[in-house]
Design a protein. Structure first.
Length: 291
């Protein structure tokens, strides 16, 4: 019975990790940005979903819609107000821009954390579930929302795959991740492509934040942990590798679930960090990374 419970819970949390980290790796793959404000964007989406759905009393679906919209707006603000000005600055040498962006997004994430603490609360809250109640799976009572969360996450990831591989704009994003210079020589505007990828990232982060908030709860103090989990997953899977990100998300999700059930919930992050250190020693480019 415990094994089945671990299997079900591990699958749900791993799928959410995959969805959250997928946007993180998409941004790096296309624009080369390691966005250390990632956890902040997830929590903004979750907190707005909680505030609109619970505090204002609009309900679960209205709260979720507001949360996703907040995630999109915060992602676009991160790009337009933080990342793009640095990348376009003539005062910063090109070879140093990545470091400046890394530092700026880290500070932006801290600002988001402080703003959420001031505007809302430091205490953990839970986003209203989209589907209340429980279902019985081979004797294990599982929240219906947990199953719905995994289904929605996989549907979103499938939609992203179809967009990238079956649409003209998606193929442009793929080309930008491989050779952006060649794309500009063909007459495409990289600024537009980057704006599109940040918009997609906002959608992914918004959905992931709302779903995580209904599954694990949310709060300003969650931001560093969520950023750290996404960073661990993309480094472990290989920077820019979508398939590596998916594998790493499920690996870390199940390791954390096993640790929480068999040892202690307070230690759930430790084994994944140990695994990351070992991988960096043995294979610095990650499981499926090339650089």
């Amino acid at each position: 019975m415990l094994a089945l419970q671990i299997l079900i819970d591990g699958f749900a949390i791993s799928t959410l990790y995959a969805l959250g980290a997928l946007g993180f790796t998409l941004i790096f793959g296309v624009s080369g940005v390691l966005n250390l404000a990632h956890g902040g964007i997830l929590v903004v989406a979750a907190m707005i979903a909680w505030y609109v759905g619970t505090s204002l009393g609009f309900g679960a679906f209205e709260g979720a819609a507001a949360g996703i919209a907040a995630g999109i707006l915060t992602a676009l603000l991160t790009y337009l107000a933080v990342v793009r000005p640095i990348n376009r600055s003539r005062a910063i040498p090109p070879r140093e821009r990545e470091l400046f962006v890394l530092t700026a997004t880290l500070l932006w994430g801290v600002m988001i954390e402080e703003a959420l603490s001031y505007l809302f609360t430091n205490s953990p809250v839970t986003v209203l579930p989209l589907l209340p109640g429980t279902i019985d799976i081979a004797g294990v009572r599982t929240p219906s929302n947990e199953i719905l969360t995994a289904v929605i996450a996989w549907a979103v990831m499938l939609g992203l795959w179809l967009f990238v591989n079956r649409t003209r704009r998606g193929r442009q994003l793929l080309a930008a991740s491989i050779n952006p210079r060649a794309l500009t020589l063909l007459g495409f505007e990289l600024g537009t492509i980057y704006l599109v990828v940040w918009l997609i990232y906002g959608v992914l982060a918004g959905i992931a934040g709302v779903l995580l908030g209904s599954f694990l709860g949310t709060g300003a103090d969650y931001i560093p942990g969520l950023t750290g989990s996404a960073f661990t997953i993309v480094i472990l899977g290989g920077l820019g590798s979508v398939s590596g990100t998916l594998i790493a998300a499920y690996l870390i999700g199940y390791i954390e679930t096993l640790t929480a059930y068999l040892i202690s919930p307070s230690l759930r992050d430790i084994p994944a960090l140990i695994l990351l250190i070992l991988v960096l020693y043995i294979r610095p480019q990650g499981l499926l990374g090339r650089r």
